[in-house]
Write a protein that binds this ligand. Structure first.
Ligand SMILES: [Zn+2]
Length: 318
């Protein structure tokens, strides 16, 4: 079913067979390597890992780090260029989350195939070979919508227009289950604790070059709460302060404010708090080769410290 599994050694929860045969997910399988005994996968779509005990109402998700390219993608541009759209390794940077009582969900398909951080009707009609059959009509609201047309400016992903049924199938197979998994995780914790905190994890392209002592144009981290509408201000301030305490330059709602996922999850009036976090890619990877750089382990350790601090922040509020 799937064309390529680009980073083959990175998903310890799953067997090779389970990932590639397209069968339904194995629920509750114990992962001997990591000791997690709660979680599940939907092969080709997502995986979810839950803490083994002592959980706090904290959910993280990584919607853009997937690198399993579906067979029906049929892109015509070079794969290395297409892969630069991935938020590579973000799932791995946060993989300690269950050790700190949090649930972690990650997409395994690439965001260039379908972007779950867009509404299902946020689609450019110019991409389609025929009229969109659904009502209400499409509402393209972001510059790069649900299904993107270009790998980079001037480099189209497709040599054809897409049939609306193919786009609808992508929504049904990938968009719907991803949001369902995230909703279920957040709803369960909110029901149990009366509140839930959610971190939507991303990385941002960078002009920085740490070897030359140069930072990217957006600093090290950008936090986005859609101008204070998706979480209590204390959550944003706490994450910013914790990261600054570890030496990072952190900006808030500056260039990256958060898009569909924090908009959907964030309802601070109901004690549902959702915050987007963008990490400068040059901190942890080579953006041309998509390989980890020497900074990776330090960033991962600093994010584990953030997770530990968040556990304390949340425990004091429930
Ligand atoms: Zn992203």
């Amino acid at each position: 079913m799937f064309l390529a599994r680009v980073r083959s050694a990175r998903l310890p929860l799953f067997s090779d067979q389970g990932l590639c045969d397209g069968t339904s997910g194995a629920i509750g399988e114990r992962d001997e390597m990591n000791g997690f005994d709660r979680g599940y996968e939907i092969p080709g779509v997502l995986w979810r890992r839950d803490p083994a005990g002592d959980d706090v109402p904290l959910v993280l998700d990584s919607p853009h780090s997937g690198s399993i390219y579906p067979e029906d993608f049929s892109f015509c541009c070079p794969l290395p260029i297409l892969r630069r759209a991935e938020d590579a390794f973000v799932d791995e940077l946060f993989e300690a989350a269950p050790e700190y009582g949090a649930t972690l969900i990650a997409a395994v398909f690439p965001r260039s195939y379908l972007d779950v951080n867009r509404a299902a009707d946020d689609l450019d009609p110019g991409l389609l070979a025929a009229a969109w059959p659904k009502h209400p009509a499409l509402r393209p609201v972001t510059r790069v919508g649900l299904v993107r047309r270009y790998a980079q400016p001037g480099i189209p992903i497709y040599d054809r227009k897409l049939h609306p049924n193919d786009v609808l199938a992508r929504i049904e197979r990938y968009h719907t289950p991803y949001h369902r998994a995230l909703d279920e995780a957040c709803d369960r914790l909110h029901g149990e604790f009366g509140a839930v905190w959610h971190v939507n994890c991303h990385s941002m392209p960078s002009t920085g070059n740490r070897k030359l002592g140069r930072k990217g144009e957006h600093g090290d981290f950008v936090l986005g709460d859609r101008d204070g509408t998706t979480c209590e201000p204390e959550f944003t301030e706490f994450v910013a302060r914790t990261l600054r305490g570890r030496g990072y330059e952190v900006r808030v709602n500056d260039g990256y404010k958060g898009v569909e996922i924090v908009r959907r999850q964030g309802r601070p009036g109901e004690r549902r708090h959702s915050l987007q976090i963008e990490i400068d890619r040059a901190l942890y990877m080579d953006q041309r080769t998509l390989e980890k750089n020497a900074g990776f382990d330090q960033v991962k350790a600093d994010l584990a410290a953030l997770l530990e601090a968040l556990r304390g922040f949340i425990a004091a509020r429930v």
